[in-house]
Design a protein around this ligand. Structure first.
Ligand SMILES: Cc1ncc(COP(=O)(O)O)c(C=O)c1O
Length: 418
């Protein structure tokens, strides 16, 4: 009998069952197709004037502030970069805590701040610490796809809350109260949200926190875009809720977006004090500490020159939003709710699909549109598919993080499509 025909022994290796519950990140497929096309165009004679314009990317084009780059260079010059404490450099935890006082008027003890390898690691630590097998976490639909996969990866169940445009794509207290079951442990939301760029207003956030508190649960507030708020009605951290509510809040944050440090992999958590030891133990074991180089550089994020620079970048994004929004409707991209922060526009693409003769089914819709636009206009955008189930095949996500030049070019190409 050949090896190929031998029966598989029961103890042979196999993928752990949890893998079946992790969805692929489909947006990446569009990114890969855009890269392939860009490579083809680069070697085609005469095609150099036609480049791929990318509106699919969720990272700011500005990068880190100059002082942060200088601090990184200096840290390298200084020599060895040893491990730091698992919870992060004490000076950085202190600086982050001070930022809450300066920026949000909230007192946060540095002992509650845990520096992590991006918000991604922060969310993983929180899920590992708090979500048990078959525990449920309520998550809005649409929302950032990795969040539900963090829950699934630890054996939990992400329960989708249908959040239509009338709710600014955010959950309501009534909805959460109704969906909260015996196994529910937490509500996980992002404000402003990816992919919609829309936020919860303060009263609704308070009501949500009350529902969570009454049920002895936790509010996992993904606040990585809170610094990028365009409207004074929003942009407040859930840590500023009344103390009896804030006790139930875990705030997730990041140096990736507002501070333009995506590839540096640095973020943080603000935890209720009693949860810090459990998360510290996990961090020590899972990755020892976040990058020392990135932490040393990130200290410079809070210098006045850097904060002024970041503030200017936020205003640039706001201007980009204001310049771009009025032109989308005319190309067949309808934006039911204008973003009030982050750098995403969640647009209904029925009109554009119709213009281009693309079927509006769950299998085709925005997914087919993304590939058709790559082929016909060399414009890359993110199809809605990853972000949930609710009508997501009618939606695309466009990123304001792409430069204004790219946007001008993309709009011209979309306008001239037959
Ligand atoms: C809502 C949301 N949460 C978390 C993350 C992960 O961010 P980080 O780069 O800090 O890991 C992202 C990244 O796009 C995001 O959009």
């Amino acid at each position: 009998m050949s090896l190929a025909q031998a029966p598989t022994p029961p103890n042979a290796w196999r993928l752990a069952p949890r893998n079946a519950h992790i969805d692929p990140f489909y947006v990446m497929e569009v990114g890969k197709a855009a890269d392939q096309l860009a490579n083809q165009l680069a070697v085609q004679p005469g095609a150099h004037h036609r480049r791929v314009v990318r509106l699919n990317i969720g990272e700011p084009d500005h990068g880190a502030a100059p002082a942060v780059r200088q601090a990184a260079a200096q840290a390298l010059q200084d020599g060895a970069l040893p491990y730091t404490a698992a919870l992060g450099l004490p000076e950085l935890r202190q600086r982050i805590a001070q930022w809450y006082t300066q920026h949000h008027g909230v007192t946060v003890s540095p002992s509650r701040v845990v520096v992590t390898a991006g918000a991604s690691a922060a969310l993983q630590l929180a899920c590992l610490a708090l979500v048990g097998q078959d525990d449920e976490v309520l998550i809005p639909d649409p929302s950032y796809p990795c969040n539900r996969n963090f829950v699934h990866a630890v054996g939990g169940q992400a329960v989708a809350l249908d959040c239509p445009p009338e709710q600014r794509y955010q959950p309501t207290a009534e909805q959460v109260a109704q969906a909260w079951g015996a196994r529910t442990r937490a509500l996980l939301l992002a404000s402003p949200s990816n992919p919609t760029g829309t936020s919860l207003n303060w009263d609704e956030l308070e009501r949500l926190a009350q529902v969570v508190r009454q049920r002895h649960g936790l509010l996992l507030a993904d606040e990585i875009y809170t610094g990028l708020s365009f409207d004074p009605a929003y942009g407040r951290t859930a840590l500023a809720l009344a103390p009896e509510l804030a006790e139930h809040v875990i705030s997730v944050n990041s140096f990736s977006k507002y501070f333009g440090m995506t590839g540096w992999r640095l973020g943080w958590l603000v935890l209720p004090e009693r949860l810090v030891p459990a998360v510290e133990k996990l961090a020590q074991n899972l990755y020892i500490c976040p990058s020392t180089l990135s932490q040393r550089a990130a200290l410079a994020c809070f210098e006045p020159s850097s904060l002024a620079w970041y503030e200017q970048r936020r205003l640039d994004l706001q201007h980009r939003r204001d310049a771009v929004l009025p032109r989308l409707q005319a190309v067949g991209l309808d934006v039911p709710v204008a973003p009030d922060g982050a750098f995403y526009i969640w647009a209904n693409c029925r009109g554009l699909c119709q213009r281009l003769g693309i079927a509006q089914t769950a299998e085709a819709g925005s997914w087919a549109l993304a590939f058709a636009l790559l082929e016909r206009a060399q414009v890359a955008l993110a199809p809605g598919r990853d972000f949930g189930q609710r009508h997501t095949h009618h939606f695309v996500r466009l990123s304001l993080a792409s430069s204004m030049d790219d946007w001008q070019e993309a709009l011209l190409r979309l306008e001239s499509l037959a």
